[in-house]
Design a protein around this ligand. Structure first.
Ligand code: 2NL
Length: 345
C-alpha cells in the first residue's frame, strides 16, 4: 500500500512537470487532487488495511496531498506569469515613434510629360497613346519615308526579329510617337487636335547626351484653314507657359520629311536672356522643338483631302526640358534608377 502511494507521488510530479497550459493543469488537479482523484481513492481504501499500516500510509498520503497542493499552486502561478510575459511581448507601445512609410514620387520625366500635356489639354488637345512596337508602315511609310528614303538615316532604328515569309522585317520599336497620330488620322475625321506622349527608341550608343530610350511628345492639329500662323501662335503660347511668360520665340526653316514647310523652334536663353552663356552655347537661343505643316502626301495616305484640310504638327524630346531647367549634365541619370538622383525632383 505504501508503495502505491510512492508510485502515485512520482507519477503525479512527473506529469505536473509536463503541464504547459492552464487547461492541462486543471485536468491534472482533477485527476490527482479532485474528489474522485487517485489520492482520495487511496485514502478511502484505507479502511480495509490493518491499523498499523493504515497509520503509516495515511500519514504519507496526507503529506503527499499537501505537497501536491503546494506544487499545484506553484505551477499555477508560474503559468500565469508566463502568460502575462508573452502577452507583454506582443503589446505595442503606442508612445514609440512610428516607422516612416517611404513615400514615392513621380519620375522627373513623368512630371514634365504631365506639365506639357496639361498645357495642351487646356488648349483643347486630346491626349492619346499607342503601341511602342510598331510596323514600318506607321513609323516610316505613312510619314512620307518609303524604304530607301535617305531621311530614314535620321532615325537609327531598332528592328524586331519578326520576319515575314518573303524575308522582310517590318516590325520595329517606334523612333517617334508620330505613328500614334497616323493611327488617329486613319480612324477619325477632322477636326483633330491631339498630343501623343510616350517612349521612343533609337539604335544609339549611350553617352552623356544620348540614350537608346527616351520620351517624346508630339502634337497634331488638322482642320480646315489651319495655317502656319496657328502653329506659331500655339507653340509660342506653349513655350511661354512652360519656360516663363517673358520668353521670346524664334522660328527658323528646318527639314523633316513629313512636313512642308518645316521649322525649328527656339526660345531665348532663360539664363542670359540672349546675351550668350554656357547653357545656350553662346548663341543666346535654345532649340526646344521641331514642327511644320503636315505634308500633303501624309494627309492623302490617311484619306484626308489636302485640298480641303491642312494641319500643323510638332515634336519634342522630353528629357531636354529638365536637363535645361535643372542643369543636368548626363541624360543617362534619368533611367539608371539611382534614388540619389531621382529624389531631388
Ligand atoms: C523633333 C521634330 C517633328 C512632327 C514631328 C509629325 C507627325 C505627323 C505628321 C507630320 Cl503624324 N509631322 N510630327 C513634325 C515635325 C517635327 O519632330 O525634333 N522631334 C523630337
Amino acid at each position: 500500500m505504501l508503495n502505491q502511494v510512492e508510485e502515485l507521488a512520482s507519477k503525479a510530479l512527473d506529469e505536473l512537470a509536463k503541464v504547459t497550459s492552464v487547461d492541462q493543469l486543471e485536468a491534472w488537479r482533477i485527476s490527482y487532487l479532485g474528489r474522485k482523484g487517485s489520492l482520495i481513492q487511496i485514502l478511502r481504501s484505507l479502511s480495509s488495511v490493518p491499523l498499523e499500516e493504515r497509520r503509516l500510509v495515511g500519514a504519507r498520503a496526507n503529506q503527499l496531498k499537501t505537497s501536491l497542493e503546494i506544487a499545484f499552486d506553484e505551477k499555477k502561478s508560474r503559468l500565469e506569469q508566463d502568460l502575462t510575459q508573452s502577452l507583454a511581448k506582443e503589446t505595442i507601445d503606442v508612445t514609440l515613434p512610428g516607422q516612416l512609410v517611404p513615400l514615392g514620387r513621380l519620375h522627373p520625366t513623368t512630371q514634365i510629360v504631365q506639365e506639357i500635356c496639361d498645357i495642351f489639354s487646356s488648349m483643347g488637345f486630346q491626349i492619346v497613346e499607342g503601341p511602342e512596337v510598331e510596323w514600318d508602315y506607321y513609323n516610316f511609310e505613312a510619314l512620307n519615308m518609303p524604304a530607301d528614303h535617305p531621311a530614314r538615316d535620321m532615325f537609327a532604328t531598332l528592328w524586331m526579329d519578326f520576319e515575314t515569309k518573303t524575308g522582310e522585317r517590318p516590325m520595329l520599336l517606334r523612333t517617334h510617337t508620330s505613328p500614334v497620330q497616323i493611327r488617329v488620322m486613319e480612324k477619325s475625321a477632322p477636326p483633330i487636335r491631339i498630343i501623343a506622349p510616350g517612349r521612343v527608341y533609337r539604335y544609339e550608343a549611350t553617352d552623356a547626351t544620348h540614350e537608346w530610350m527616351f520620351y517624346q511628345v508630339e502634337g497634331l492639329a488638322v482642320d480646315k484653314n489651319i495655317s502656319l500662323a496657328d502653329l506659331k501662335g500655339t507653340l509660342f503660347e506653349f513655350a511661354r507657359r512652360l519656360f516663363g511668360a517673358d520668353r521670346k520665340c524664334r522660328f527658323r526653316c528646318d527639314y523633316f520629311p513629313f512636313v512642308e514647310p518645316g521649322v525649328e523652334v527656339a526660345i531665348d536663353c532663360m539664363v542670359c536672356h540672349g546675351e550668350g552663356c554656357r547653357l545656350c552655347g553662346n548663341t543666346g537661343w535654345i532649340e526646344i522643338l521641331g514642327a511644320g505643316m503636315v505634308h500633303p502626301e501624309v494627309l492623302r495616305r490617311v484619306k484626308i483631302d489636302p485640298d480641303v484640310y491642312s494641319g500643323f504638327a510638332f515634336g519634342m524630346g522630353v528629357e531636354r526640358i529638365p536637363i535645361l531647367r535643372y542643369g543636368i549634365d548626363d541624360i543617362r541619370l534619368f533611367y539608371n534608377n539611382d534614388l540619389r538622383f531621382l529624389q531631388q525632383f
